[in-house]
Design a protein around this ligand. Structure first.
Ligand code: NHR
Ligand code: GAR
Length: 202
């Protein structure tokens, strides 16, 4: 299956997807970043994957940025759009076009802590359990149906850095697995609030 990956940063999730691409029957057609200095762009280049920068700061509005992003994506006609550490909130015009074939990995046990600074929020709340979620992307920010999660323990002396590293390690296992479900046709979005895995509501 053909796919496009959107990133904003280090791209360690992108790397885990690149490394498992054969196993999960995914051809990454293009990697697109909204940040020119994202290390994930170097990872794509090293893996001989076409890549582009669409700098959100060059656009007057979120909609105009999204339209530029869409025109880059649509050159490839991807069957899946993968958000991997992508940091811009997407407008409805974008969501409507790709809903049902767009996944995100979010560093919390959704529905806890949608949005930003999730590790800080979990520590501040005194949580002992944290984790990561893969969900279908819908208009509701980090509110689309959750497909799968992995948990990590928060230790008493945990810092944001140690916690983020533990979460990333789990993400690198979880995301390729969920993408494989999708490429194999086992995972589908039924509607804005419901996902189906192997014919069963998740
Ligand atoms: N867009 C929609 N409509 N729905 C979702 O579920 C989305 C989305 C766009 C991105 C990823 C999400 C995450 O996993 C994601 C899910 C960025 C922000 C944010 O507030 C929030 C959630 C996510 C990504 N971004 C700031 C903004 O103004 C910019 C922050 C920055 O540049 O550092 O867009 O957490
Ligand atoms: C990941 O932990 C991902 O869940 C999170 O950022 C990290 C990206 O790391 N995503 C978000 O916070 C989205 N707002 P990576 O660039 O090394 O894959």
């Amino acid at each position: 299956m053909n796919g496009v990956v959107l990133i904003s940063g280090s791209g360690s999730n992108l790397q885990s997807i690149i490394n498992s691409a054969d196993k999960i029957s995914l051809t990454i057609q293009c990697v697109i970043s909204n940040k020119a200095n994202a290390y994930g762009i170097e990872r794509a280049t090293k893996a001989n994957i076409p890549n582009r920068i669409v700098d959100h700061r060059l656009f007057e509005s979120r909609e105009e940025f999204d339209l530029a992003l869409m025109s880059e994506i649509d050159e490839h006609q991807p069957s899946i759009v993968i958000l991997a550490g992508f940091m811009r909130v997407l407008t409805d015009v974008f969501i409507e076009k790709y809903q049902g074939r767009m996944l995100n990995i979010h560093p919390s046990l959704l529905p806890k802590y949608p949005g930003l600074n999730t590790h800080q929020q979990a520590i501040d709340a005194g949580d002992t359990l944290h984790g990561t979620s893969v969900h279908f992307v819908t208009r509701a920010l980090d509110g689309g149906p959750v497909v799968a999660q992995k948990e990590v323990k928060i230790n008493p002396e945990e810092s944001i850095e140690t916690l983020a590293a533990k979460i990333l390690k789990q993400e690198h296992v979880l995301y390729p697995e969920v993408i494989r479900w999708y490429t194999q046709g086992k995972l589908k979005l039924l509607n804005e609030t419901t996902a189906i895995l192997d014919g069963q509501v998740i």
